[in-house]
Design a protein around this ligand. Structure first.
Ligand code: NAD
Length: 252
């Protein structure tokens, strides 16, 4: 009985930011549990190559910029038309920024909020529109940075964007419950991906490890396994939850 609850056979899943990193691990987990997965990302070459690497043929790629509201609307409508429904959405598209607030430019603040917060909300809303007939599950990739201001880097825009994601998730959980749509957030601690390598001084990694009780960074698949659980019927009584996966970082 419990194994069957995790089975996603026949479900149509969309993973924004699925071309690499945590998103790609989520694609792999959902596909392994039986779903048909659409990767929606800006990185066309990486996304198309990732999709083609699944021998099942149950992974496809589509270009999507989550900050383009019209394109988000068209993409979800197109997927629902092609496949009959959207059952699962995972929003992993995200960007980071590390700058002290006094030098942060308005453009950067806007961009971080547009991708992480507005992009997540808009995708969740449009997915929900096409889940209405049979319910569904949405999992937003938030961050422990939506719950606390981590160190040593300065990243007010990122933290604010993830805080917005977490409260949007709680708000939408209340609104969507009537339509049998669940929505939860997974809040990772530090995970080794391009996001945590890009432009990051190497001594920050040592600092992050020192501040993490498990004394290591997480791996993308350690986030993906929880996402797959939340996407499945095994989590049928969970909605509006923010689940931390951070090696104990927030437990001090
Ligand atoms: P990543 O950079 O490897 O992947 C992010 C993906 O999002 C990329 O494929 C990128 O092309 C895509 N993307 C960016 N902007 C987009 C846009 N406008 N439209 C569509 N796609 C877009 O990073 P990751 O570490 O895999 O991050 C995935 C998510 O996890 C992000 O939301 C991030 O904030 C969150 N997160 C990561 C960590 C970490 O330590 N890596 C920790 C907490 C939360």
């Amino acid at each position: 009985m419990y194994r069957e609850l995790l089975d996603l056979t026949g479900r149509i899943a969309v993973v924004t930011g699925g071309s690499r990193g945590i998103g790609l691990a989520v694609v792999t987990a959902l596909e392994e549990f039986g779903a048909h997965v659409v990767i929606a990302d800006l990185l066309d070459d990486a996304g198309a190559a990732a999709a083609a690497s699944f021998p099942s043929g149950r992974v496809e790629y589509t270009h999507l910029d989550v900050t383009d509201a019209a394109s988000v609307e068209q993409t979800f409508a197109g997927i629902a038309e092609r496949h009959g429904a959207v059952d699962i959405l995972v929003t992993s598209a995200g960007i980071a920024n590390h700058q002290p607030s006094l030098v942060l430019e308005r453009e950067t603040w806007d961009r971080v909020l547009a991708v992480n917060a507005t992009g997540t909300f808009w995708c969740a809303r449009e997915a929900a529109r096409h889940m209405a007939s049979r319910g569904g599950s949405i999992v937003a990739i938030g961050s422990m940075s939506g719950e606390l201001a981590n160190a040593p880097q300065r990243q007010a825009a990122y933290n604010a964007s993830k805080g917005a994601v977490h409260l949007a998730v709680k708000s939408l959980a209340i609104e969507f419950a009537e339509q049998n749509i669940r929505i939860n957030a997974v809040a990772p601690g530090y995970v080794g991906t391009e996001l945590t390598k890009d432009g990051v001084p190497s001594d920050w990694w040592d600092d992050w490890v020192r501040r993490t009780p498990m004394a290591r960074l997480g791996r993308p698949e350690e986030i993906a396994s929880l996402v797959a659980f939340l996407a499945s019927d095994a989590a049928s009584y969970m909605t509006g939850s923010i689940v931390l996966v951070d090696g104990g970082y927030s437990a001090w």
